[in-house]
Structure formats: structure tokens, C-alpha cells
Design a protein around this ligand. Structure first.
Ligand SMILES: [Zn+2]
Length: 633
């Protein structure tokens, strides 16, 4: 049924004379009205309309009924309680959309009990109210991205209405089959990218770079398999890790101008990761594969989706993102083609720790009503890849740290800036609080402070256990952690006594960790603890595999470093599912998929996992190669 017909059927829900204007806004439908009860949502009309129209509906006030801005601010000050912590200097009115953006320390107090305060507010000011949580830590990235977004609001609106028109164009014909081509992360970890094609057009899932290799054809996804950039309806980004997002600006450099769907947290984290990558390269005098302007262009084409929100992305395709439990903002993408014709689930990277409640994030979603084919990661799919429980991992980590400190050594922890760092900060915080560790200084350097700040903006997406902890105090801003902004203090740190140093990057591929590693590696009293996956070809992998002499890049060139320090891997903190969790994830799906495509893993691991799935669950399981296309239906 066309949208117009559906709207007629919706006239039982909404009175036609109250509709002043209808327009598409990307995947969503916008209705402008002068009926205030529609805008507050008090009448329950929004979910009813969404159901009737099979689309998310946004209801906006027409300009005529909106209260003048200064007056509106006065009213807000009266209605919103002080404990909401609204910053009235930061209020922003989007006149085109009839939206007012509020930044609150405690958004719940702006909404009030059962949204009553919010309804009262909207009825009084007659603007749609968007409430943002103010991060508990200042963040440059959040500020930069938000400012950019405000300054480009006009062109973003035009872009969204163009996208809306394109999505809602007449379809040429019914979909006859679905083709999936692996452009990266095929029999390897890194450069994740998959092309999903129908007769209608293409959808690109992720576009990352591979950390480690120097050769471009090994570092970039096999983008030459994309016949025509204009055939790409949209790109879906599952999460902000380098190996999933870092090739996106490259596509904009070569002319892609369509939407890129992701969660809001991913938008900020992605900007951080990519701009850091450009900064590091620039500082090292390396050529930039794309410019900062290409990153800005990517941001201008970003369309944010909430978990569970169904979005039309093409005439015959819908996308829904679900929590992947991997890092903040990470998503599993569910694609629905035709009216029930085909359902594809792409897990991206995911953690399915269904027994654990102490983690930063809830376990990955898997309650899919329909799933014909699953593209699943198998990073830890090997027969021996059974990880300790989180509690065991915490105990052994604390044991290693304690031993090292007692022997007058320093602990060095290379850290992925996103996800693992915050998990480890929580663990250390608890260990200091309950006396399991002596209170030594913890020096934190690199992007970790920014990512912590972004976590404090999205606390509602963290697990219940962690949110409870955050109520007692903020571990991320705790006095135990000393933030290093000035590199000149590094020498003092290294000359001082036992301490813990946490720095990026996680695989020793760049960042401040390299300098610390070079200076600490030769002393056998020190320890290095990995808490994340080490890709083949990276320095981290070489060190983890026991190489005793390695080449470390320095500002001036290279240094040969003897590795005498003790090397540990604390795998239990991984954001990836281990073998048991991967199997359990499939076992617990409400419906068995017809096919599974295993990706994002080394060949031996994927083959082992394939065997296990075939033997136990009897599901057709494939391991695609780079450039290989699989056709379904
Ligand atoms: Zn990842």
C-alpha cells in the first residue's frame, strides 16, 4: 500500500484538517500540525500512526502556533525543575523543524513522572522538545560534532528530504534474489565490508581499514567490486571501531553522497577514531588517504537511528539496529527485503555474555522474529577459544597488577580507546575502592578521556549494574585516574615508582603507548597486559606471540627494542563472543537461520566454528572469500 493510501486509513487516528504539511525526513515521515495534543504525544497518537503507516512518524508544530523564543525560555525556566540541570545558555532553536534542543544533566527531571513535565512544557511553549544528556566530562568531539550539525542544519534538512524521496520512489520490480559479496573481513580480521545487492540497488555494510599492513590492497576493502557508487542506496555502520568505519570518508572522497545509518553514540565515536587516525598520520608525516573535509562530508550524510527503530532505507528494504553488546553504540543490523521476502542479519562484532550482568553493556540482542541468513563474526570461534568468566578475568588481572607493583614494576596496558578502556577503568576503580589493589597512580593517555566523556553522554545505553554504580559517583572522573595531556611529564612518570599506565592504541600500532613500551620493555620487573584482540601483522601481535626483539616506530624513525618485560593477555575482557557464546547465540535464536556466513576471523578459527555449527545445529554454513558473491533465494 502506498503511503498516501495508508495516510487515508490513518485518518481515523489523525484528523485530516489538522494536518498542515507532510514531508519525508530521511527514513521517517513528518507531519506538521497546529493540534498541540498531537505534538505532546499525550494522545498516544505517535505509536498509533507509526503502526498504521509502518513508519516512524515525527509530529512538528507549524510556525504560527510556536511561542516566541525569549518567552519560551522564560516558561522553560518556570516549568523545568532546577535539579534537571538545564544549561539555558546552550538552548538551541531549530526554526525550520520547530524543535528546541535542551541540554540537561538529568534528562529524567525534564520529562517528569510519566512524561508529565514534558507534556506541560510542550503545551506551554508549543515547540517540539528534544532533550540531550550533558556529558559529565567535557568533550571536544561532542562539541565539534554538535556545532557542525547546527551550522549545517539547512543542508542536512535538504539532504534528508532528498533521501526520503529516493527511499519512497516507485520500485522497479519485485526482488528476485539477494546477493552478498565480501569486500573485507573474509577469512581475516580487519577491513570489514559487505555489499548486499538486489535488482533495486546495493547496500554497503561497514567499510573499515585493516590495521597493520602497509600495502593498500591489503589495507582497504576490495571496493573495486562495487560496480557503481550511485547504485548504493545506503551504507550501514555497525560500530565505531577502526576496522569497521575508517574507509567511510574514502568513499566520500570518491563521490558517494548517500546516507550512512548508525546509532548516535557511534556518530561521535566514529568522528573521534577517524580524526585521531588523520592526526596521527599527519604528525608522523604520512600521506592522508582522505581529508578532514571528507570526514565532514561523512558526518553531513549521517542518519542516526535508535535501537529497535524500523527505518525504510530503499523502496523494498527496511533496516533495524539492535544492541550488539560489543562497544558503546555498537549494533547488529537487521535487513528486511520485500514484504517478508527475505531477512538478513549482520552481527558486526558482538558480545553475547548472557550470564554476566557486571559488564559495561548488556549482551547482544538475538530475539529476531525472522532471519533467513546471518552474517556472523567468528573472531574467537576456534575450538580452544573459551574465555574465562568476567569474574575470573578480573581476579587474574588484579593478581598480575598486584604482583608487578609489589616487585616495584610498572604495569603497561595498551588500550583500545573505545569500550575496553572504560571496562578496565571500572575494574580498577572497584579494586581501589575495596582495597584489592594498593592505591598507586594510574596514568591515562590518549583518546580514552574523550571516549569516557562520550560514555557519560550515553549512560542510558550502559548496563543497569554500571548505571547503578554511576549513581554513587563517576568512576571515569575519579581521582584515582590521572589524565596525561602534556607529554613532557612522561619522563617523570617513568622515573617514579610503581604505577599503572593505560594508553592507546590497543594493538601497539601507534599513539602514546609506543613511547611507553619502548622505555619500559627492557626492564623485566615491568608487565604489559593486553586486554583486546591483536590483529595479525601488528606489533601487538608480535609481542603477544613472544618475539623478544621488535622494531618500534619512534618520532625520529625506528628503534630496536628488547622485550624483557612480562607479557600477559587478559582475554576475558574481550568485546567479542568466545566460542561458547557464539554457539549459544545461534542456539538461542527463536528461529533457525537457513544459512550462516562466517566472517571476521582467522581461517582456522572460522573453519572450526563452521564444523561445530554444521555438526551440532545442521545449518548450511559458509566462509566467503574476498570478492566472492553468494546468491540467496
Ligand atoms: Zn569492533
Amino acid at each position: 500500500m502506498e503511503i498516501k493510501e495508508r495516510l487515508y486509513s490513518a485518518f481515523e487516528i489523525i484528523q485530516p484538517e489538522k494536518i498542515k504539511k507532510i514531508e519525508y525526513e530521511g527514513p521517517f515521515l513528518c507531519i506538521y500540525t497546529d493540534e498541540i495534543s498531537y505534538i505532546t504525544g499525550e494522545s498516544g497518537i505517535i505509536p498509533k500512526l507509526a503502526k498504521a503507516l509502518k513508519k516512524k512518524v515525527i509530529i512538528r508544530p507549524v510556525p504560527e502556533i510556536r511561542i516566541e523564543k525569549e518567552k519560551a525560555i522564560e516558561i522553560m525556566k518556570k516549568i523545568i525543575p532546577e535539579n534537571a540541570g538545564v544549561d539555558y545558555n546552550e538552548i538551541y532553536f531549530d526554526e525550520r523543524k520547530g524543535e528546541v534542543h535542551l541540554y540537561a544533566g538529568e534528562p529524567a527531571f525534564v520529562r517528569g513522572r510519566g512524561d508529565s513535565t514534558l507534556w506541560e512544557l510542550i503545551s506551554a511553549i508549543r515547540w517540539r522538545v528534544i532533550i540531550h544528556r550533558k556529558p559529565a566530562i567535557e568533550s571536544n568531539i561532542i562539541k565539534t560534532v554538535d556545532l557542525l550539525e547546527r551550522n549545517n542544519a539547512e543542508s542536512k534538512n535538504e539532504f534528508l528530504s532528498y533521501v526520503g524521496m529516493r527511499i519512497n520512489r516507485e520500485k522497479i520490480k519485485d526482488i528476485e534474489n539477494i546477493r552478498i559479496t565480501a569486500l573485507g573481513a573474509a577469512n581475516e580480521v580487519g577491513r570489514s565490508s559487505f555489499l548486499v545487492s538486489t535488482d533495486q540497488g546495493d547496500i554497503l555494510l561497514d567499510a573499515g581499514l585493516k590495521p597493520g599492513p602497509k600495502l593498500m590492497h591489503e589495507e582497504y576493502p576490495a571496493l573495486h567490486f562495487i560496480e557503481d557508487l550511485d547504485r548504493i542506496e545506503c551504507i550501514v555502520l555497525t560500530h565505531a571501531h577502526f576496522d569497521h568505519c575508517a574507509a567511510l570518508p574514502y568513499l566520500f572522497k570518491y563521490g558517494y553522497r548517500g546516507p550512512v545509518y548508525m546509532t548516535e553514540a557511534t556518530k561521535y565515536l566514529m568522528t573521534l577514531i577517524i580524526s585521531d587516525y588523520l592526526n596521527v598520520r599527519q604528525k608522523s608525516g604520512l600521506p592522508l588517504p582522505y581529508s578532514y573535509a571528507d570526514l565532514t562530508s561523512l558526518l553531513a550524510h549521517t542518519v542516526v537511528l535508535d535501537y529497535g527503530e524500523v527505518a525504510d532505507i530503499a523502496p523494498d528494504a527496511k533496516l533495524t539496529l539492535y544492541n550488539a553488546g560489543h562497544i558503546l553504540g555498537s549494533a547488529i543490523a537487521h535487513l528486511h527485503f520485500g514484504e517478508g521476502y527475505y531477512n538478513l542479519v549482520y552481527t558486526g562484532d558482538f558480545k553475547y555474555d548472557f550470564r554476566e550482568r557486571n559488564r559495561l553493556l548488556d549482551p547482544a540482542f538475538n530475539n529476531f522474529k525472522r532471519n533467513d541468513t546471518i552474517i556472523m563474526e567468528g573472531t574467537y570461534g576456534g575450538n580452544e577459544d573459551i574465555m574465562p568468566s568476567r569474574a575470573e578475568a578480573v581476579n587474574s588481572l588484579i593478581g598480575i597488577i598486584k604482583n608487578t607493583l609489589e616487585n616495584n614494576g610498572k604495569v603497561l596496558m595498551p588500550m583500545l580507546a573505545v569500550g575496553r578502556a572504560q571496562e578496565i577503568l571500572l575494574v580498577l576503580y572497584d579494586a581501589f575502592e575495596n582495597g584489592q589493589l594498593p592505591k598507586v597512580p594510574v596514568f591515562v593517555e590518549g583518546m580514552i578521556h574523550e571516549t569516557s566523556a562520550i560514555h557519560t553522554k550515553f549512560v542510558d545505553e550502559l548496563s543497569l549494574e554500571v548505571r547503578r554504580k554511576l549513581l554513587e559517583g563517576n568512576p571515569f572522573t575519579s581521582r584515582y585516574f590521572e589524565l596525561i595531556k602534556d607529554t613532557s611529564v612522561r619522563e617523570e612518570i617513568l622515573e617514579a615508582g610503581p604505577c599503572i599506565i593505560i594508553a592507546t592504541s590497543g594493538m601497539l600500532t601507534g599513539g602514546p603507548i609506543l613511547e611507553y613500551f619502548r622505555l619500559l620493555a627492557e626492564d623485566e620487573k615491568n608487565s604489559l597486559i593486553f586486554t583486546s584482540y591483536q590483529s595479525q601483522g601488528t606489533l601487538g601481535r608480535k609481542v603477544r606471540d613472544g618475539e623478544k626483539e621488535v622494531v618500534v616506530p619512534t618520532e625520529k624513525g625506528e628503534a630496536i627494542v628488547k622485550v624483557n618485560m612480562k607479557i600477559f593477555s587478559a582475554e576475558g575482557f574481550s568485546g567479542h563472543s568466545d566460542r561458547n557464546q557464539l554457539m549459544e547465540y545461534i542456539r538461542r535464536l527463536p528461529n533457525r537461520p537457513r544459512n550462516i556466513l562466517l566472517v571476521h576471523g582467522e581461517p582456522t578459527k572460522l573453519t572450526a566454528l563452521q564444523q561445530a555449527i554444521r555438526n551440532e545445529l545442521h545449518i548450511a554454513t559458509y566462509i566467503p572469500d574476498i570478492g566472492e558473491t553468494m546468491r540467496f533465494r
